[in-house]
Write a protein that binds this ligand. Sequence first.
Ligand SMILES: CC(C)(COP(=O)(O)OP(=O)(O)OC[C@H]1O[C@@H](n2cnc3c(N)ncnc32)[C@H](O)[C@@H]1OP(=O)(O)O)[C@@H](O)C(=O)NCCC(=O)NCCS
Length: 158
Amino acid sequence: MLYRLYQPADFAALYALEEICFQPPIRYSRAWMRQLIANPSSATWIAEDNKTMAGFAIVEWTAVAKGAVAYIQTIEVHPALRRRGIAGELLGRAENSACAAGAVAIWLHVDQENSAAIRLYESRGYKRKGREEHYYARHRPAFVYARSLKESKAATHP
Ligand SMILES: CC(C)(COP(=O)(O)OP(=O)(O)OC[C@H]1O[C@@H](n2cnc3c(N)ncnc32)[C@H](O)[C@@H]1OP(=O)(O)O)[C@@H](O)C(=O)NCCC(=O)NCCS
């Protein structure tokens, strides 16, 4: 598995994966996805298997008084390639990009029904901080998870 940063030629494969992983109303539009990736305060990591996109993660960060706070916009792995550690690796790389940009903490929303993603985040030290009603759709709440990035500089990823 090759892990690398996004290049413009990746967009079609990346969006095809979004269409596999998420159905409306949760699915991001193409325009929104392009906007997220183009944000200069963001990083998009790609996992590639034999030149085929296996997964990706998008992290962004915002300056605050104490440095910056990062936010995981999404992390997605092709269904045929799950439970091989790809999301964990992408998440580690996203966290390291955020650290390099000065982020001291990272947070995200996750569908409260998405037990795979919740287990992934909890296994990487994220703690549940709250719940937002109707976040994804009416009666479809999100949990908010967060963790400090101060201790993660020792993570295994370059
Ligand atoms: C959530 C998702 C990204 C996980 O990807 P993945 O590559 O399979 O995850 P990993 O193999 O890195 O798993 C890391 C850990 O997360 C947990 N985990 C991941 N998938 C799990 C599942 N289906 N059931 C239970 N735990 C799971 C486990 O603790 C796992 O470690 P282990 O395999 O050693 O037990 C993937 O299922 C996915 O793309 N889902 C659809 C998109 C999505 O919901 N994204 C999250 C948006 S918030």
